[in-house]
Write a protein that binds this ligand. Structure first.
Ligand code: AHR
Length: 360
C-alpha cells in the first residue's frame, strides 16, 4: 500500500511542479512541437489556472485540508470480517485525519445504496462521495447526477462497468489477480491428484469481486486440468456457503477442492464437509479469499489450506485521493490505484507469528 501511496503522492507532486513551471499541459503544445516560450500566449492573455473551473475542486482549493472534507461513504453492508475491517478503516482514518465522515450502510440492498447515493448528492454539506458498489452495472445515471451537482466520486473496493470519466478513480484490489492466484494455488494443492473436480462458492451475483475472481480462477486453474464442476452463489455468507455445500454433497462427494470467493463461504463449506464425514484441507483442499483473522485461525486449526489476501485497509488512500481532488488535482490521478496483497499458507512455519501481527 505504501508503494502506491508513494506513487500517488509523486504524481501529485509532479503535477504541482509542472503546473508551477509550465503552462497547463492541456493548453500547451507537446514539448517536441513546442515553439519557443515567447511564442506561447502570454500569461495575461491565457485564463489563469485559478480562474478556470477545475472538476471536483472545492471552494478552499488549492489549500483544502482534511478538516474541510465532508465525505459521504456508501458501504455495501456488514457481511463479514473483511467488511468489518473496511468499515473500521474508514471510521478510524476519518477520525485521525479530522474528516467529517457521513457513513451510509446499504445493508447489501442495491435499491438502498442508490437511494443513499441520491441522499449524498442532495446533502449540501457533502463535498465528496465514496462508494463500494454492490453491483458493477447500473451506475451511469447517479454518476451523472453527482457530476451535475459538482460532487466528485471515488470508487472504493469494487470497480464498476461504464464510463470512467464519471468517477475520479478506483481505489481497490485486482480481483482478477486474486482469482488467478487462487487457481495457481489450487493447481499446486491438487498436483498428482487423479481427479481435479473443484466447487466454487461465488459472492453476490453481479459484484465485480465475484465476477473477476471467477474469471481469474479459471484462467490459471484450467491450465492444470482443474474442472469447476459446481459453481453457485453463497452471497459471501457462512450460512449460505454451508447450505450450498451441503446440497452439493448430497448429490456427490467426488470433489477434490473448494474455492471460496471469500473466507466466510469457505468456513461454511468446512462445516458442511465435517458434518458429511470428510476432513477439510485433507480430503478436500480449500482456498479462500480475504485473509481475515478467521482464515488465519482456520489455517492454524488445519482446516483451510490457503487464503489469498484482499486488503480492506484502503481508507487512507481514499482520503488522500479525495483531498487531491478537492484541491483541483483530480485530473492527474490514475484511474486505478491498486492495493498490494499477499498469499498465506496453512503449512507456513511462521503462521502464528504472521497471524499475531495482522490488523484484521
Ligand atoms: O469486495 C470485497 C469482498 O466483499 C470481500 O472479499 C468479501 O468478503 C466482501 O464482503
Amino acid at each position: 500500500m505504501f508503494r502506491f501511496k508513494t506513487i500517488a503522492f509523486l504524481i501529485v507532486v509532479a503535477s504541482l511542479v509542472l503546473a508551477a513551471c509550465a503552462p497547463a499541459a492541456t493548453e500547451a503544445p507537446a514539448a517536441t512541437d513546442a515553439p519557443a516560450a515567447t511564442d506561447a500566449p502570454a500569461a495575461t492573455e491565457a485564463p489563469a489556472a485559478t480562474e478556470a473551473p477545475v472538476a471536483g475542486a472545492a471552494a478552499c482549493a488549492p489549500n483544502c485540508q482534511y478538516s474541510d472534507m465532508v465525505m459521504g461513504f456508501l458501504q455495501t453492508g456488514s457481511e463479514g470480517g473483511w467488511r468489518a475491517a473496511n468499515t473500521a478503516s474508514y471510521k478510524e482514518t476519518a477520525e485521525q485525519l479530522g474528516v467529517n465522515l457521513k457513513f451510509y450502510d446499504s445493508q447489501n440492498d442495491l435499491a438502498k445504496q442508490v437511494a443513499g447515493f441520491q441522499q449524498f448528492i442532495e446533502d449540501p454539506e457533502v463535498n465528496v462521495i465514496s462508494i463500494s458498489p454492490l453491483e458493477a452495472a447500473g451506475w451511469e445515471q447517479v454518476l451523472k447526477d453527482a457530476e451535475a451537482a459538482g460532487k466528485p466520486v471515488i470508487l472504493s473496493d469494487r470497480r464498476i462497468d461504464g464510463n470512467e470519466d464519471l468517477y475520479v478513480t478506483f481505489v481497490g484490489a485486482d480481483f482478477i489477480e486474486e482469482g488467478r492466484k487462487s487457481g495457481t494455488e489450487m493447481c499446486k494443492l491438487l498436483e498428482g491428484s487423479e481427479s481435479k473436480n473443484v466447487w466454487e462458492l461465488v459472492g453476490n451475483v453481479g459484484a465485480s469481486a465475484a465476477i473477476d475472481r471467477g474469471v481469474g480462477f479459471r484462467q490459471t486453474a484450467e491450465e492444470c486440468g482443474i474442472v469447476v464442476t459446481n459453481s453457485q452463489t453463497g452471497n459471501w455468507s457462512v450460512v449460505e456457503g454451508k447450505q450450498v455445500t451441503e446440497a452439493w454433497l448430497k448429490e456427490s462427494k467426488d470433489v477434490q477442492g473448494i474455492f471460496g470467493q471469500n473466507d466466510e463461504m469457505a468456513f461454511g463449506a468446512i462445516e458442511a464437509l465435517k458434518e458429511a464425514g470428510l476432513v477439510p484441507a485433507v480430503d478436500v483442499k480449500i482456498i479462500s479469499v480475504d485473509a481475515t483473522a478467521g482464515a488465519f485461525q482456520a489455517m492454524l486449526d488445519g482446516t483451510l489450506n490457503v487464503t489469498v489476501e484482499c486488503n480492506p485497509l484502503i481508507a487512507p488512500q481514499v482520503f488522500e485521493v479525495a483531498l487531491a481532488v478537492m484541491n483541483g488535482e483530480g485530473a492527474s490521478l490514475p484511474k486505478w490505484i491498486p492495493s498490494i496483497e499477499g498469499v498465506f499458507y496453512m503449512d507456513d512455519p511462521n503462521l502464528a507469528e504472521i497471524a499475531a501481527g495482522r490488523k484484521y
